[in-house]
Design a protein around this ligand. Structure first.
Ligand SMILES: NC(=O)c1ccc[n+]([C@@H]2O[C@H](COP(=O)([O-])OP(=O)(O)OC[C@H]3O[C@@H](n4cnc5c(N)ncnc54)[C@H](OP(=O)(O)O)[C@@H]3O)[C@@H](O)[C@H]2O)c1
Length: 209
């Protein structure tokens, strides 16, 4: 069975639909409960449960994992996909956005890992996946803080692999390039928004989910 955090839109939603088609048992979560309900209702003949959860809250993430264990007795895969991308030049000093980036993109992944690891260690099996980014491998100007969060995700997932390989727990990152999703709507900086439109979106449109 698969738990997906950040399932309500974009790549998370697409993954839910793909796995549902293949008959996977799913627990899906993110903040917008209505979107989750609509998604779950649209998946006919599929075993899917949903729960509203903010990945910033360890308690809410733990409640999702607890729900999965209660329903299915185990968690085979946790997909940490939740993320935001409010890019901006450093000089704009958007410290609230930086904090949100750290809380969601980094602590969100850690909360997922922390909630599911005891379950997987006990099972002596499991697979934790996180959506990283090309920007977790290369730094681009105006995306500095977002890049920092995705570099952190890559480091954390590598550390997870090293620490738990003997527990039969796999660690995988997915590093997409530009994909046309709602992610770009989190950009508040006018200059960064224009830069995305000019440079990145042509590539993103070509790879729309
Ligand atoms: N699009 C790209 O070009 C691109 C490229 C590389 C990597 N990525 C990564 O791909 C992942 C998915 O993004 P996307 O492109 O599919 O964008 P998206 O459509 O905006 O999806 C983001 C998902 O994360 C969830 N989310 C955001 N904050 C959350 C929170 N605090 N708690 C729980 N869920 C939260 C959103 O759901 P709610 O709003 O309902 O909470 C939504 O389901 C992100 O990690 C992003 O960094 C995207």
């Amino acid at each position: 069975m698969v738990v997906i955090l950040g399932a309500s839109s974009g790549s998370g939603e697409t993954t839910v639909r793909l796995l549902a088609d293949k008959g996977a048992k799913l627990v899906i979560a993110s903040r917008r409960e209505e979107k989750l309900r609509e998604l779950a209702d649209s998946l006919e003949g599929c075993t899917v449960a949903y729960k509203a959860a903010d990945v910033v809250s360890y308690e809410e993430v733990k409640a999702v994992i607890d729900m999965a264990v209660e329903l299915y007795g185990r968690v085979d895969v946790l997909y940490n996909n939740a993320g935001i991308m409010p890019t901006a030049p450093l000089i704009e000093g958007r410290r609230n956005e930086w904090q949100q980036l750290l809380d969601i993109n980094v602590m969100g992944v850690l909360n997922g890992i922390s909630a599911v690891l005891p379950v997987m260690v006990k099972q002596h099996s499991g697979h934790i996946i996180a959506t990283d980014s090309v920007l977790g491998h290369h730094v681009y100007e105006n995306s500095t803080v977002y890049c920092g969060t995705k570099f952190a995700v890559r480091a954390i997932m590598e550390g997870l692999r090293q620490e738990h390989r003997m527990d039969n727990i796999k660690s995988t990152i997915i590093s997409p390039g530009n994909v046309a999703t709602d992610l770009y709507q989190s950009i508040q900086s006018e200059s960064a928004r224009q830069a995305e439109l000019d440079f990145r979106m042509p590539y993103a449109r070509a790879s729309r989910f």
